[in-house]
Design a protein around this ligand. Structure first.
Ligand code: EPU
Length: 420
């Protein structure tokens, strides 16, 4: 499962290059099956989740090559509409293959992804939207069997701006006759990226990033190959910002669109970090102990992202004062709290609220990564801790952070990975 060994009381200095966005790459990879053609995708992150998604495509008859951020995919050979259950369980976001495969073949069998480390994660909004577009869905023993006879475009009002539901509905609606409108969709930059990719393929999608997405559905005749560059990962950039805030630092973050993580930047500025942009590079300077932030609530984009909650908590564990965090997006995203407490953090949780009283310093301990972002939070905590911290189960971290160890080493962190 692997462990990180991190020597604390470091400072951070240097340049970090941000990789492609995990949460943009996964839906783009899924949507390559809608049409059998060749795709050349750039800025695809080198992470386990991407490798699993490529393996699913290969098992289903497509070909996929990956090297150094570039994926070459050929989906002409897709020969099944059954998504392999073993991999669906491993990579929850494979549920977005549902809309894409349905669009290509008219039916799909996929197992219900179920809950995970961060909560129950139902997919009722995905299913409601697809049913409205004419999909018949039967569930038996955790297997979803979906088919479609006469799909028609329609208006769909999402009860909550779910990222995955918005993507699944987009991927199915692009190819059905008529106009579909998604009201109250997710507005994340990853949704805008998916729209841009679909339009590059020849579809007609507008409005992503606003209060409604309008899709003029059509069948594509053109099967020329498609080239596309995926946006960079705002949460990866936010994680390095968070790391810089927790110890003395001066780091340069390259290859990231600043407007994609404004809400993160503004909170760390309020906490006392100096952040500026020069020639497209974001420079972060932290000269001492940062200030606590009275209250932060996680929200769908453009609010403060739930995917930064754990890392922010780790920064606030040694800030001056008391911070209150309210996690409104997921119901069980505080699994990192007991681990941070083992390192001396003073954190109390009551339901979805966490109260963090900043301590002067954290101490090393043997801790366990329980999920991706919680694992990153432990790395951040270990950077400023007294002594050497061992973080177990780092495969959770490697699922979503590209070359994390290498990038931290480049910033001067004394960190190694061991399988002992
Ligand atoms: N929800 C429902 N019903 C649904 C769908 C969602 O109740 O049908 C609830 C969820 O249970 C959750 C909330 O709505 O409480 C938000 O879920 P959403 O569907 O927006 O999230 P997701 O599509 O499952 C994506 C990211 C997550 C990120 C969330 C929120 C990908 C692959 N995953 O998940 O990323 O936290 O949006 O921004 O895009 C991560 O990167 O660490 C991660 C978990």
């Amino acid at each position: 499962m692997g462990s990180f060994i991190i020597e604390g009381r470091n400072s951070l200095e240097g340049i970090v290059d941000i990789g492609g966005s995990k949460n943009a790459a996964l839906p783009v990879l899924a949507s390559t099956v809608i049409n059998g053609r060749e795709y050349l995708l750039e800025n695809v992150p080198d992470i386990e989740d991407v490798r699993d998604m490529l393996e699913i495509l290969e098992i289903m008859g497509c070909t996929a090559q990956y090297d150094n951020g570039v994926a070459l995919i050929d989906t002409r050979g897709l020969n099944t509409s059954q998504v392999p259950e073993r991999l669906v369980k491993r990579i929850r976001s494979s549920i977005i293959l549902m809309g894409a495969i349905l669009q290509r073949t008219g039916n799909v069998e996929i197992s219900y992804p179920g809950g995970c480390e961060i909560g129950l994660r139902p997919i009722d909004l995905h299913l409601k939207g697809l049913r409205k577009l004419g999909v018949e869905i039967h569930e038996k023993n955790g297997l979803l069997s979906c088919s479609v006879a006469e799909p028609t475009g329609c208006e769909i009002q999402l009860d909550y701006p779910s990222v995955g539901a918005t993507e699944n509905i987009m991927l199915f609606a692009v190819g059905i006759p008529g106009k579909s409108v998604i009201y109250n969709p997710a507005k994340e930059p990853e949704i805008v990226d998916l729209q841009n990719f679909l339009n590059k393929c020849g579809y007609c999608v507008n409005g992503a990033g606003t209060g409604s997405i309008v899709i003029e559905g059509k069948k594509l005749k053109n099967t020329d190959s498609v080239e596309y560059k995926i946006i960079s990962d705002r949460i990866e950039a936010g994680t390095y910002l968070s790391a810089a805030s927790s110890i003395k630092s001066k780091i340069y973050i390259r290859n990231i669109e600043k407007s994609h993580f404004k809400s993160i930047i503004s909170i760390y500025e309020d906490a006392g970090c100096e952040i500026r942009e020069t020639h497209g590079i974001i420079v972060i300077e932290n000269k001492g102990r940062i200030r606590a932030i009275e209250k932060v609530t996680t929200q769908p984009y453009p609010g403060f992202p739930t995917d930064m909650q754990a890392q922010f908590m780790a920064s606030m564990a040694t800030a001056d004062g008391i911070t209150i965090i309210e996690e409104t997006v997921f119901d069980s995203r505080y699994k990192h709290v007991p681990e941070l407490q083992k390192m001396g953090a003073n954190i109390t949780t009551i339901g979805r609220v966490a109260v963090i009283e900043g301590v002067d310093r954290l101490y090393s301990a043997e801790v366990e990564a329980k999920d991706l972002r919680g694992g990153a939070a432990l790395v951040i905590a270990a950077l400023g801790a007294e002594g050497t911290t061992k973080i177990n189960n780092v495969y959770h971290i490697n699922r979503g952070y590209e070359k994390f160890l290498y990038k931290l080493q480049n910033l001067g962190v004394i960190i190694t990975e061991t399988n002992e």
